[in-house]
Design a protein around this ligand. Structure first.
Ligand SMILES: C[S@@+](CC[C@H](N)C(=O)[O-])C[C@H]1O[C@@H](n2cnc3c(N)ncnc32)[C@H](O)[C@@H]1O
Length: 346
């Protein structure tokens, strides 16, 4: 959490020093979460040695960690005992459908385990290994990743579903990389004659399987484990979703993927991309900082980046799509729906 600053302090402290503090605060919070500090304090205030006993920590280690968390606003200390701050209670406990805990856990793991090689990937212009293989080898982080995405999808679906042009009558949807299945579940609930095919890596489909079963849609949503670049995507689909996918790839790979999607759609079929866009004017602040940080992370971990609308339009047009358009989501102003129609020449 940012440390509170007076205007005089803000003017006199190098920005890099504040970033140093924020980095330490984030790392302390992520480590505390991993150790179970916030959950342990839900049952009442604890002294450092009591917390150390419960979590099998060194007592001095528990004390310095807790004091650091107090300094960053994650804990409060009264009479030598520590409790969760209101912010930690609101955001960092695992229960709660809008808890920040999966996000903190996922990003903390990415930044601690993956960002060491940033300099090298920037020099070579190549990603630091296979991100999804790395994720697949960490079941807890994979679960956090998909929980984070499916909760966001659950929130955005209310705005996205009315914008998906599903034709009347029986219709077919292809969701590429839609592992958690939140979007096809919401769309099939809205359109009783819609059937969906979701293609994603096997591990990613685990949450989707549970979500589809809980919604009673196993007969209408087919979950297909496979690679987007080699799997059988089928043909004649009315609508295809590529949500948060293209930013993971280089332009040549995006072109290949769009060509495969075009071949899987019927002429006149619709493609929808959900993406942050690089060439959108945003005022300096958390939204702009997150989009740029996300792009740097994509470049480093996957070789992709956040694309501009102009680049996406060219890639879509080259792949045989027409009528490219975009719509910024009110529920998440950094996310844009980019829509296109499969032309007859694809
Ligand atoms: C950032 S997530 C987006 C999930 C979902 N579409 C959404 O917007 O919430 C990217 C998804 O693409 C899947 N994915 C990445 N590379 C893939 C590949 N080569 N083949 C199949 N799926 C892949 C991941 O497993 C993950 O589910």
């Amino acid at each position: 959490m940012p440390v509170p600053l007076t205007p005089e302090e803000a003017a006199g402290i190098p920005g890099a020093h504040l970033d140093l503090l924020s980095t330490v605060g984030f790392h302390a919070a992520g480590t505390a979460q991993r150790l179970g500090v916030f959950e342990a304090l839900t049952r009442g205030a604890l002294h450092a040695d009591e917390l150390a006993g419960r979590l099998d920590l060194d007592p001095d280690g528990a004390r310095v960690l807790c004091d650091t968390l107090v300094a960053f606003g994650y804990l409060t200390r009264v009479g030598g005992a520590y409790t969760n701050s209101p912010d930690a209670v609101r955001w960092l406990l695992r229960e709660g459908s809008d808890s920040y805990a999966p996000v903190l856990s996922f990003w903390h793991t990415v930044l601690t385990e993956r960002w060491g090689g940033l300099e090298e990937s920037l020099r070579r212009g190549k990603p630091d290994g296979d991100f999804y293989a790395w994720l697949d080898a960490r079941p807890d982080t994979l679960a956090d990743f998909h929980t984070m995405l499916s909760r966001l999808a659950g929130w955005l679906a209310g705005e996205v579903v009315p914008r998906v042009p599903v034709p009347d009558g029986p219709a077919s949807l292809l969701d590429l990389g839609g592992g958690h299945a939140a979007y096809p579940v919401a769309l099939c609930a809205a359109y009783p004659e819609l059937r969906a095919k979701v293609v994603d890596l096997a591990g990613a489909l685990e949450q989707g399987r549970a979500t589809v079963a809980a919604a009673g849609l196993t007969d209408r949503i087919e979950l297909c484990p496979g690679d987007l670049f080699t799997a059988d995507l089928g043909t004649g689909h009315d609508v295809a979703l590529l949500f948060n996918i293209v930013h993971g790839y280089r332009p040549a790979e995006v072109a290949t993927l769009l060509g495969r999607v075009a071949a899987a759609l019927r002429p006149g079929g619709r493609l929808l991309l959900l993406e942050p866009l690089a060439d959108v004017e945003r005022p300096p602040g958390p939204a702009e900082a997150f989009v740029q940080a996300f792009s740097l992370n994509l470049f480093h971990t996957q070789g992709g980046r956040v694309y501009g609308y102009a680049e996406l339009t060219t890639l879509l047009t080259d792949a045989g799509f027409t009528s490219v358009d975009r719509h910024v989501l009110e529920r998440s102003p950094t996310d844009h729906l980019v829509t296109a129609v499969r032309g007859s020449r694809s």
